[in-house]
Design a protein around this ligand. Structure first.
Ligand code: ADP
Ligand code: ADP
Length: 230
């Protein structure tokens, strides 16, 4: 059973100036525990694909399975941790309140929740900002809150779309190391969109290069040592 299975997926958008094909004939599988980076030129459909896997939008045709379930069911079962470039924080909740959200939805008791939130705040270096609201934080800090929230429930699948885009270099390196440690520890599968080839190479088991032209086969580069690369 795959963590993610994308089979023959097409996605088109109807716009005022006609139909835009964002994805055509996409196939992608991600094994449990595997760290896959998606790279490719701007506009090649990376974010669209991530949104489909996250059940934030539906494919025009084709199928998406997450741990053998529909994306919708996987979302209901809280299989995902999601950290996208737009942090997507609830503006009316504090930093701690945002990070605690998945724990609350999962019915984690209040004392345990507090401990876990404190641990996550420490991990992303925001312990002093627990009671701030998102609009009082820089873009990079908001991203760190989103990363902490995505990890709160130790999900089996992390979907990250340029989660480090707004971070300064030092913080990015720290967060990269944390992500490698956490995905190793929890055995989470990760699908990671980045513009940075070095970042993709450093983090991943496998780098998938999406073609700029829909319908053309993506190149897949296997980063694992000793693996056959065809
Ligand atoms: P990437 O993340 O690789 O930069 P996107 O997934 O954002 O690429 O976009 C892929 C293509 O789909 C682009 O041509 C983009 O303009 C188009 N697209 C994405 N979302 C929409 C939308 N909501 N409406 C119309 N076109 C869209
Ligand atoms: P909000 O007002 O944004 O809803 P709350 O203060 O109600 O936030 O806290 C929401 C969650 O965050 C609770 O589960 C609480 O245990 C946790 N929490 C709040 N403040 C802290 C803190 N300083 N350290 C750790 N966890 C906290």
């Amino acid at each position: 059973e795959y963590a993610v299975e994308v089979a023959a997926v097409d996605k088109t958008f109807d716009t005022r100036s006609g139909t835009v094909t964002a994805l055509e004939g996409i196939h992608l599988t991600v094994a449990p525990g595997e760290f896959v980076s998606l790279i490719g030129p701007s506009g090649c459909g990376k974010s669209t694909l991530m949104r489909l896997v996250a059940d934030l939008d539906e494919p025009t045709s084709g199928a998406i399975r997450v741990f053998g379930k529909t994306a919708k069911q996987a979302r209901l079962d809280q299989e995902y941790g999601i950290a996208f470039q737009q942090a997507g924080l609830l503006p009316w909740r504090t930093v701690a309140g945002n990070i605690a959200l998945p724990l609350e939805l999962h019915g984690v008791a209040s004392a345990a929740r507090r401990d876990r939130v404190a641990e996550l705040l420490d991990m992303v270096g925001l312990s002093d900002f627990a009671d701030r609201f998102p609009d009082q934080l820089s873009g990079g800090m908001q991203q760190r809150v989103a990363i902490a929230r995505s990890l709160a429930e130790r999900p089996r699948l992390l979907l990250m779309d340029e989660p480090f885009g707004a971070l300064d270099e030092m913080t990015r390196e720290k967060m990269q190391a944390e992500l490698v440690r956490i995905s190793g520890e929890t055995g989470a599968a990760v699908v990671f969109v980045t513009h940075s080839i070095p970042e993709a190479v450093f983090l991943s088991d496998r780098v998938v290069v999406m073609s700029p032209r829909p319908g053309r086969v993506a190149q897949v580069v296997d980063m694992r040592l000793g693996a056959d690369v065809s």
